[in-house]
Design a protein around this ligand. Sequence first.
Ligand code: BES
Ligand code: ZN
Ligand code: ZN
Length: 487
Amino acid sequence: MSLTIVNSSKPIKTETLIIGTMENHAPQGLNEGVDQQISDLIRLGDLTGKKGEITILYPSQQAVKRVILCGLGSETKVNLEVIRQATAQALKKAEALKCKNVMIDLESFLVGELDMQAVAQAVGLTATLNQYHYDTYKPEKDHRLAISLSFSKPQQIRQAVQTGMAIGEGANFARDLGDRPPNTLYPEQLAREAQRMCRQYPKLSIKIIKKPELEKAGFGGLLAVGQGSKRPPVFIEITYRGGKAGAAPIALVGKGITFDSGGLSLKPGERMDEMRFDMCGAAAVLGIMQAAAATNLKQNLVAMISSAENMPGGNAYRPGDVVTTLSGKTIEVLNTDAEGRIILADALTMAVKRRPSCIIDFATLTGAVIIALGHIASGLMSNRDTLATSLIAAGQASGDKVWQLPLWDDYRDLISSDKADVANMAKERGAGTIAAAAFLEKFVNDIPWAHLDIAGTAWGQTNPIYGKGVTGAGVRLVMTWLLNPNF
Ligand code: BES
Ligand code: ZN
Ligand code: ZN
């Protein structure tokens, strides 16, 4: 990752300079021989500063070859999401122009009431997200941009930029895991990647539980889902020691289905390839653990990841099976495609054993959440309104949005079973996302818990801060929530 901070009071030299512009405010004193061009453009009405506007100028002077002006809109409406999107659009433009290096003029983004540190973090994050390209199997040459940030007092923003970069790198780690094809990223490989990441940080320790031990310990849910595949399931447990010894940790739980064929309740062929992304919950958890370690978060965390491949092999679990989970609770399997909740049951049980202060789970759990919220916000369901409210606020602040769906008793009835403690599918159509959450709730033993259904947001977003593919949804949200004591 190449992102340097430079002092703007020194003479600048860059191929491309990025400057934020606002409605009714002409950028001034650029000393790049562009002031005249800017006033001409404003006079002609070609430069307004409105949100999303991108204008390119070519100064005659040699130190800067081009200037990209990106509109931030009106001063009263500007917020961090506007800054993130404008930065992303300008960087995309620079990339399209095949620029090799760009400099972002941070001062031009310090508008309205915005806090300097928050803007520095937002730009550091956006620049880092922009650097992510998944091209392992089809490398594109020379598309990496070297990005620098110029600011008059570099020391004052260094820390904030680094925090933004660490969150962005956590999200990029999650994105890379998500984008990998399922023939190379299967459960044991996911565990190896997790192990490789943990080795880089002394405060992270990892335990990988393989199939024989899963059998001994009674991970009935994870084993049932994994038994139709030649590739064995694994359980990944990571501990981050950043807080006081003995202080209750926050538990992060992830769904790591490396490919979801649906099992015997086979999915239709159309877009089945997207089910390689069904481990994005696990990837988000790993991204957060990395970012927590990189930012030296002062809290204890535990991560619990169930990983399996859901396949219809000869030994596959069947609709009609009754599965005994690690908790001892039994599940009636009505549809093998509702597998995420079954593997999460065991992961939640593992989380509960650590007596966490709260549990947050991340899962590409239901297609229904895409109907409800599209690719804009993740679905949030919780057994504590205070926890939900703080996550919604972190969602608004970070731009990694979440919206709450209710978890009333009426919905809890949907998953009752007369053959087991719970059924893995609702008996009526509708409210599929909430029914899944009601199922998960059975395994959290009334510990404060929030469930994030990221099926719509983990990929397929059109937000300019992401390129094609996986987004790392959940990483920015929860890192913002963890780092900011106000949430
Ligand atoms: N991984 C899918 C959910 C999914 C679907 C994510 C589409 C992203 C896009 C999950 O395992 C699943 O298949 N859920 C079923 C549940 C149903 C059988 C109760 C669903 O949503 O259809
Ligand atoms: Zn499924
Ligand atoms: Zn799934």
